[in-house]
Design a protein around this ligand. Structure first.
Ligand code: IPM
Ligand code: MG
Length: 368
């Protein structure tokens, strides 16, 4: 297959981790007989510096034309004092909205080799394997008005949802639960918010179409608590934009490092943007210290969800697991044993692991 991938490196460690993922994808191409072409384009602070906007029209056009999009990270102290329309984060929110990427999938998996790095007791976090499905183009992030009023003495942000926006994310979450552990937890604040009451109603309505999936509702504060008390109890969690943002950061550290977590942001036709959950980590940018695994695992999600390459995705995920099992880790995965390596060496190890499986993958592709 020939596939076009838009690459948006962004800021901080973004360029390093996207380069690592690109090298892994190229190896997958050689091994499985695909041709990937990459078009690099600017977003975030890098785009502000070059084009005086965090999201140039050209970037949106390149993404629309691509089969899938890889994004590194945006933001950094250099742009912190900028007015709101010139903030790097505007680029990220803008591309999600411009492309209609409403479904954000954030899998959180506890890897056996990394349990020691979790802030929770090993036995509590062991076996955790959840998927957070976050609504990404509505809610408080995009509601109007959002402004200071009365000479700056009053502020308003608006939490707005249309019924169809809730329906499509809830359906996506049910579909995900159906092919995973068949358990859906819907998170809301229905004891306070009207938007949450509609959300809950819709979840109950949709549940009738998924009799194979068990559903429970959890208030967001209780969900935050249960995530640290019993993370292994969750399968799929569905939440509105801001709740999903907060809970996914909380869940991510349970597994040892934010540096491991991938994400996919999808729209209904399959176009997707793939980015690590972590930020731009400006303190270690350019030092070859960043963990590239979240970006590499995001690329695996891209193979699966946008490019229809399931066995290629599994090959990458398997290679990552093998590299961890062999004791390789970056600085964020504090450990006394094993071998600490930098960004380049880590991605090279993943590539070598992929290559070492050539024969097996060859047999798989013959029979598929
Ligand atoms: C995320 C980030 C973004 C968000 C920021 C950078 C705007 O925290 O992807 O979770 O809040 O969505
Ligand atoms: Mg976040």
């Amino acid at each position: 297959m020939n596939k076009t991938i838009a690459v948006l490196p962004g800021d901080g460690i973004g360029p390093e981790v996207t380069a690592a993922a690109k090298a892994v994808i190229e190896t997958v191409g050689d091994q499985f007989g695909h041709t990937f072409s990459f078009t690099e384009t600017a977003i975030g602070g890098a785009a502000i510096d070059e084009h005086e906007t965090p999201l140039p029209d050209e970037t949106v056009a390149v993404c629309e034309d691509a089969d899938a999009i890889l994004l590194g990270a945006v933001g950094g102290p250099r742009w912190d004092g900028n007015p709101s329309h010139l903030r790097p984060e505007k680029g990220l929110l803008g591309i999600r909205k411009a492309l209609g990427l409403f479904a954000n999938l954030r899998p959180v998996t506890a890897y056996g080799q990394l349990l020691h790095a979790s802030p929770l007791k090993k036995e509590r976090v062991a076996g955790s394997d959840m998927l957070i499905v976050r609504e990404l183009t509505g809610g408080l992030y995009f509601g109007e008005p959002s402004e200071r009023q009365e000479n700056g003495q009053s502020v308003v942000d608006t939490l707005a949802y249309q019924r169809y926006e809730i329906e499509r994310i809830v359906e996506k979450a049910f579909e995900c639960a159906r092919i995973r552990g068949k358990k859906l937890t819907s998170v809301d604040k229905a004891n306070v918010l009207e938007s949450s009451r509609l959300w809950r109603e819709i979840v109950d309505e949709k549940a009738a179409n998924y009799p194979d999936v068990s559903v429970d509702h959890l208030l967001v504060d209780a969900a935050a608590m249960k995530l640290v008390q019993d993370p292994a109890a969750f399968d799929v969690i569905v939440a509105e934009n801001l709740f999903g943002d907060i809970l996914s950061d909380e869940a991510s550290v349970l597994t040892g490092s934010l540096g491991m977590l991938p994400s996919a942001s999808l729209r209904a036709d399959g176009l997707g943007l793939y980015e690590p959950v972590h930020g731009s980590a400006p303190d270690i940018a350019g030092k070859d210290q960043a963990n590239p695994l979240a970006m590499i695992l995001s690329a695996a999600m891209m193979l699966r969800y946008s490019l229809g390459m399931e066995k290629e995705a599994v090959a990458v995920e398997t290679a990552v697991q093998e590299v961890l099992a062999a004791g390789y880790h970056t600085g964020d995965l504090a450990t006394t044993s094993g071998k600490q390596v930098g960004t380049k060496e880590m991605s090279q190890q993943v590539i070598e692991c992929l290559l070492s499986h050539d024969a097996t993958f060859g047999i798989l592709s013959t029979y598929s």
